[in-house]
Structure formats: structure tokens, C-alpha cells
Design a protein around this ligand. Structure first.
Ligand SMILES: C[S@@+](CC[C@H](N)C(=O)[O-])C[C@H]1O[C@@H](n2cnc3c(N)ncnc32)[C@H](O)[C@@H]1O
Length: 362
């Protein structure tokens, strides 16, 4: 087939696309500049200061081998993080009263990266996204298409969970990151979601060690929680008032309850596996009025472009790790739910980009 005129090089210089536009797709310098500030604990250093800090002030708090040069390097790293909104920058006068230096402060985004902020820190999940295991896996993304293999498995030489089982440090990093993400979501759900008022027995399918139920039962003490996960996970689960732990396999069956909670479980699975899990959930609900609540990152026709783009970003992460695991649109979840017999599917959007789907058994 003929190349188009642009590809054949028949455009004038003025008609040529700006070379800088392609660099936007490869902006890993911003990701790693942010990573380097997280690694040096700069969000915590800024959080402890009453005033914005110059690079010289920050460097005084760091074990730099060459402090004289370090502030200059740090200014350059901080500078590309200003426009995307990770840090603020204000001018402060030098001793001569004529020239200025930059002083840096936290923004609402970097405030979430303060390690010591126990309620809101998202530092572990932010560090996970730039962890070597993930960045190495992305070098093989094309092999999903060409070789039908999970890029992560190509990079590690084995499936991700097998690798985690053998590597305690990466496993802890991964678990800490997932639980900080999960805590953030569940706190918002516990405070804002009003669909649990009539629930008597809430079954958390794939509930890990019961962290979600702990939070939900504390806010809704009338609920009896059943935390369901693989026996190997359940055997380490701590006792939680109002919650019973049950071990099993969600592909075989799930415990009975009038409400079933599925948080960040379906996105690890392909459509066929999701159908098996959802059919078992359907079976476990009472004949009338039972409902399933799916908590995942979801977009629909009303979502803004950047909200849908965020879900697509997560989807490529899932592709790189699990190949068949995927993020889905509301329409895709609705199709899975209705083919298992569920009806009246509703997408609920809460603060902080938290989304959940309710669907009923009639
Ligand atoms: C991504 S984690 C989600 C954990 C939790 N729901 C949350 O939001 O943090 C998926 C969970 O599913 C559990 N799981 C995986 N396969 C399972 C199976 N066949 N039966 C029961 N649980 C399973 C895992 O042990 C893990 O706890």
C-alpha cells in the first residue's frame, strides 16, 4: 500500500509536526524525578517545615556526598515537577536582595506522599508504580500481542505471584502498596456509601485478611461480616469483632449472605473467570432482593476523558502483569452481570475517583 504524503516526506517544515509532541508520550523523566524525591523523603522534609524550603535548605537535611553541587542538581529535579503540580515553587530573595532562589512546598498531590501521614499516605502505591519489577515488565509489553505472554512473566521468567512467593522484600512492598490503596478507597466507601443500611450478612469475596470488613462493620455495627479468601490467606487473618473468616475457592462456591462485596477481585480475572465467580455469587444470594457490590475503577459514557484515560492506564498495568486481568467500562461489567442473571445495575461515583457497581438478584 502507498505511504501517505506525510510519511513520504513531502511536507514543508511548517507543515511538519512538532518533534516535542512525541516526547510527551515518553515522559518517564517526570516519573523518575518524582520517584527520586520520594526516595529522598522530600515530601516529609517539606511537611516538617513551616516555610517553603530552598534546595540548599533541603540538601542540609540529606546525606549528600557533595552538598555544594547537590542543591543545583536538586533544583533541576524539582523544576520539572512544578508544572504537573507535584510541588509548589515561590521565589525568595538572596542575601544581595536583588536575585532570587526557588523555595519549594507541598501541593495537595505531594501531601499524599508524606510517609508519616498515617491516614492519607499513598507513598507505597506511588513507589510501586515505578518499581523496577514494573518498569522491567513494560519493556516487554509488545510480547502480549506478539507472543500471547504476560510481559511481567517474560521479565521475571515466571508468573508474578510465583515470583512474589519467593521474594519477601518485593512481596512486602507489593502488599503494603495494595493495602494503602485499599485503605484509601474503603474509608471513602465506609463514609459515603449508603447502600448497606438493610444488609444483615455481608460476604467479602476475595477479602484478603478482612481489612475492608473491619472498616465497614465498625461503621455499620448491625452487619455480620464473612470474610472469604483462599485457606492459605485465611490462616493468617487476625480476629475481627463482628467478622467470621471462611477459607475456600471462589471458583467452586462462595458463602451465603444477603449482600456480596467484590473489591478489586474481578480486575485480576478474564471474562470467563469473572462469569464463574459472579455465577457463584448469584447462587449464594437469597432468591429475592440480594445484591452484589463490585468495587473497581470503572468509567461510563458520562465520565470525563481523563477519568476514562486513568482506567485505561490501570488496564495496561493489568495487561502487563496478568495478561487476562483487565479493567472494564460500566457497559462491560453490566454485560457480565446480566448474563449471570443480575439486573438493575447502577454505577455509583464517590469522592476521590472511587467507583462501585450495585446489581440485584430478582
Ligand atoms: C487483588 S486482591 C484484592 C483483595 C481485597 N479485596 C482488596 O480490595 O484489597 C485479590 C484477592 O483474591 C484472593 N483470591 C485469589 N484467588 C482466589 C480464589 N480462587 N478463591 C478465593 N480467593 C481468591 C486473593 O488471595 C486476594 O486476597
Amino acid at each position: 500500500m502507498e505511504l501517505d504524503s506525510m510519511t513520504k516526506g513531502k511536507l514543508s517544515n511548517k507543515e511538519m509536526p512538532d518533534i516535542r509532541t512525541i516526547y510527551k508520550a515518553f515522559d518517564f523523566a517526570t516519573s523518575f524525578a518524582l520517584k527520586s524525591t520520594m526516595t529522598m523523603g522530600i515530601p516529609d522534609i517539606l511537611a516538617r517545615s513551616k516555610e517553603p524550603m530552598t534546595a540548599d535548605n533541603i540538601v542540609e537535611k540529606l546525606p549528600c556526598k557533595n552538598p555544594a553541587a547537590a542543591a543545583g542538581y536538586l533544583d533541576r529535579i524539582m523544576d520539572i515537577l512544578i508544572v504537573p503540580g507535584f510541588y509548589s515553587k515561590t521565589p525568595v530573595s538572596n542575601a544581595d536582595g536583588k536575585s532570587h532562589k526557588a523555595a519549594y512546598g507541598l501541593t495537595p498531590v505531594s501531601r499524599m506522599l508524606v510517609k508519616d501521614d498515617v491516614q492519607f499516605t499513598l507513598l507505597p502505591i506511588a513507589l510501586l508504580h515505578v518499581h523496577r519489577v514494573f518498569t522491567d515488565s513494560f519493556q516487554h509489553l509488545h510480547k502480549s500481542v506478539l507472543e500471547d505472554r504476560a510481559p511481567m512473566e517474560v521479565a521475571l521468567g515466571k508468573p508474578f505471584y510465583e515470583y512474589l512467593a519467593e521474594n519477601q522484600d518485593v512481596r512486602s512492598t507489593f502488599q503494603e502498596a495494595l493495602s494503602c490503596h485499599s485503605n484509601y478507597w474503603i474509608k471513602i466507601i465506609a463514609q459515603e456509601y449508603d447502600g448497606l443500611e438493610h444488609t444483615k450478612t455481608l460476604v467479602d469475596v476475595g477479602g484478603c485478611e478482612g481489612e475492608s470488613l473491619k472498616e465497614l462493620v465498625a461503621v455499620h455495627p448491625h452487619i455480620h461480616g464473612i470474610n472469604f479468601d483462599m485457606p492459605v490467606v485465611i490462616q493468617n487473618a487476625p480476629q475481627i469483632p463482628g467478622v467470621d473468616h471462611v477459607g475456600g475457592d471462589y471458583f467452586a462456591s462462595v458463602p451465603a449472605g444477603d449482600t456480596i462485596f467484590l473489591k478489586m477481585v474481578l480486575h485480576n480475572n478474564g471474562d470467563e473467570e469473572c462469569l464463574k465467580i459472579l455465577k457463584n455469587c448469584y447462587q449464594a444470594l437469597p432468591e429475592r432482593g440480594g445484591k452484589v457490590i463490585i468495587v473497581e475503577s470503572v468509567y461510563d459514557h458520562d465520565s470525563k476523558e481523563d477519568e476514562a484515560q486513568f482506567v485505561k492506564y490501570l488496564d495496561v498495568m493489568m495487561l502487563s502483569v496478568f495478561l487476562n486481568g483487565r479493567e472494564r467500562s460500566f457497559d462491560a461489567y453490566k454485560a457480565l452481570l446480566t448474563s449471570c442473571g443480575f439486573g438493575d445495575c447502577k454505577l455509583i461515583k464517590l469522592s476521590g475517583g472511587v467507583t462501585l457497581i450495585e446489581a440485584y438478584k430478582y
